[in-house]
Design a protein around this ligand. Sequence first.
Ligand code: NAP
Length: 248
Amino acid sequence: MPEPVLLLLGGTTLAAQLARAAAAFDVSVIYSLAGRTVPGPVPGVDVRRGGFGGAEALADYLRQKNVFAVVDATHAYAARISENARLACQMADRPLLRLQAPPWREMPGDRWLQVPDISAARDVAAHTALRVFVSTGRQAMAEFADDRRCWWLARVIAPGADLPILSNGQYLYARGPFQQADEVSLLREHRISALISKNAGGLATYAKIAAARDLGLPVVMIARPDAAAAPLVETVDDACDWLQNCIG
Ligand code: NAP
């Protein structure tokens, strides 16, 4: 029987922080990423990349690797992997914890336009502004590729063949965390008149929201999908406490 393993589903700043913290525990850690971007090394942690092949395959993986617990620290909008994790842990009878940053809250000075999904965000932005900053992730870019109603400035982590050409826009490549002053400069430099954002929560990408407030710009904010039912913590410290309890 292989030694007990903690499976950490990642792809977020909190997940990377937990991976580093979990390396200090006396357990093996597998840090799992979808595989679209190349992660930085995490000392003492095995990194795996790519999907498992659905919930049943993930349940098999939990049994084969002798996973004793799963922490789902994926992004709030990565609904499929979270639901798969919930189902797989149910099937394999493993404890599951959800680690997720709480959503940002609208503050005085913010001008948020709440929308249900990416298509609605694109259409609302097109009725609101001429030059729009989009930071909703590379999978959403197909929505903007042929839409010439606005000029789209799309920020993604890295270039890749999966990114469609924007017929009226350009890509920027950068990995957070970002600083508010830099975001203000970026929005000014490109004469941006609205932003489209997911409500990621956390600090790493909040600077653009604060920058929009500074400049009085509207933010078209896409609602979070329904969360898969699982015990939830919002900090790495709380996740470590849970892990300590699991280890006993
Ligand atoms: P998703 O729609 O929920 O998942 C699609 C499929 O990708 C899953 O069914 C699974 O494939 C695989 N997958 C996703 N996360 C995985 C992980 N951590 N380890 C192994 N396989 C994973 O997810 P998504 O929205 O494409 O997000 C993919 C990754 O990017 C996640 O790690 C997420 O945390 C990160 N991310 C997402 C967003 C966002 O806005 N959605 C933003 C920032 C970061 P199988 O079914 O084959 O197992």
